[in-house]
Structures are given as structure tokens and as C-alpha cells.
Design a protein around this ligand. Structure first.
Ligand code: PGA
Length: 242
């Protein structure tokens, strides 16, 4: 099972910071994995997904192209419009993303729910939009609304999602969740969504990432993805358990 390691830059960084981030990320990752016997084996094992702000998407896409990373690196985004192309001022539709090689989108991140008042129904519409163009939705949930969120998504679409369990108390606080609790939630998500990949997010670091990979299929890292060398070490830890 491929492990998914997702970077969420949130509203951080500028265009000028993208190229140095990619260069430093690759340099540290190459260094960390230099002793891994088979780079090909590592590639099959881990998929890294970098989700920048929309303005940086094209630049990041160009920077990633033509680089030979020791693991698979794909492009993600942090949100999509619940509507398709049309008269929806300010919204970025999935059709707008054509040609950008976006493979994943976060939907329903708790910051979107909290600051932009997104509802379960809107999140479900975003799932539908993403799937229409072959982008995999990563549905972010806290335990309080897993069932309600799943109920809003059509049955045939549930099993095409990735689910990120992100307890509110753990996001950006340094208070990462107890691994035993995460294990229980992962099992619950699988009962509700089906046998989908479930990942964990909330104060993940290079030090604690391996614990979560014992119970989840990957992680979503916010703060720990901003520094390229730190993020590279986090990724390397998942390839080459210490
Ligand atoms: P954090 O953010 O790693 O900074 O806690 C995770 C997230 O919100 O996706």
C-alpha cells in the first residue's frame, strides 16, 4: 500500500519561495535517501503530494517537472469550487485546473469549515466536482462529524475518496493525537466510507510520523511542510524507518 505524505502550505509562501523550496527539498531528500538500497522500491512505497496556494501552483508544477526525486512527488491543491465552470466570481473550478497535472485536492479542511463556513453538503459537492475530472478528493474530518459528512456524499463516491482524520485540537498546536485514538478513528472511517486510504493530520513532525504510519496510510503535514529540509526528513523517515 502506497503511503501518502501530503504537504499543506495553507496561505503561506510567495512565488519567489517556490523554486528554493523545491531545490532544498530535493537536496535534503537525496542526502537522506542516498543509502537506501533501491530508489525504485522507495518510489513504489511513498507518494508525496505538495499542496501550495493556487497562485503558486503553476510555478510549482514546472519546478517539479523534469526533477528526478527518489520518491514519487505529485501536485495537490487545498480546495476547489463546489461548482463547475461558469458565473461564480472568485471561485476556482476543477475545469480551471486543466493542464496543471493536479492529482489530489483537500476538501473540507477544518479551517475552510471554520473560517469560510463550509457545510457537509458543500464538501460533498466538491468531492463530486473533483471526481468528475479525475482528481482524488482528500476529505478532511474531525471525529464529531465523520458520519454526517459521509452521509452527504453519494454512496458510489465514498470509496473513491481519501479521508484525512484531523482532530481540531491537534492542528497547528503541537498537541499531536494519541496513536491509539487515531487507530480507532481509522477503523470507524473505514466502516463508514469503505476500505479507503485513511491518513492522519495534526502536528505531524519528522519525530512522530512513523507512529502514525503504524495505524494510518499516510499523513497530512501543515507546519512541518513549510521548511523544505524538515519536510524532506519527514518523508525520508517514512521510506527508511530508523
Ligand atoms: P499542522 O496542520 O501540521 O500544522 O498541525 C495540519 C493541517 O491542518 O492539515
Amino acid at each position: 500500500m502506497t503511503k501518502l505524505i501530503i504537504a499543506n502550505w495553507k496561505s503561506n509562501k510567495t512565488l519567489a519561495e517556490v523554486q528554493p523550496w523545491v531545490t532544498d527539498f530535493k537536496k535534503e531528500l537525496d542526502l537522506q535517501l542516498a543509502s537506501v538500497e533501491s530508489a525504485l522500491a522507495a518510489q513504489a512505497e511513498v507518494q508525496v503530494i505538495i499542496s501550495p496556494g493556487l497562485l503558486m501552483l503553476e510555478t510549482l508544477s514546472r519546478q517539479l517537472e523534469g526533477q528526478r526525486f527518489p520518491v514519487d512527488v505529485a501536485l495537490g491543491i487545498q480546495d476547489v469550487s463546489p461548482f463547475g465552470a461558469g458565473a461564480y466570481t472568485g471561485a476556482v473550478s476543477v475545469q480551471n485546473l486543466a493542464g496543471l497535472a493536479v492529482e489530489y485536492t483537500l476538501v473540507g479542511h477544518s479551517e475552510r469549515r471554520r473560517y469560510f463556513h463550509e457545510t457537509h453538503q458543500e464538501v460533498a459537492q466538491k468531492v463530486d466536482q473533483a471526481l468528475q475530472v479525475g482528481i482524488t478528493p482528500v476529505v478532511c474530518v474531525d471525529e464529531a462529524y465523520i458520519d454526517e459528512q459521509a452521509a452527504a456524499i453519494s454512496r458510489d463516491q465514498l470509496e473513491r475518496c481519501v479521508v484525512a482524520y484531523e482532530p481540531l485540537a491537534a492542528i497547528g498546536t503541537g498537541q499531536n493525537a494519541d496513536v491509539g485514538t487515531v487507530k480507532g478513528i481509522v477503523e470507524h472511517v473505514k466502516r463508514v466510507f469503505g476500505d479507503v486510504p485513511v491518513i492522519y493530520g495534526g502536528s505531524v513532525t519528522e519525530q512522530n510520523v512513523l507512529e502514525y504510519l503504524l495505524v494510518a496510510q499516510g499523513v497530512l503535514a501543515g507546519s512541518a511542510s513549510l521548511d523544505p529540509a524538515h519536510f524532506a526528513r519527514l518523508v525520508a523517515a517514512t521510506v527508511r524507518p530508523a
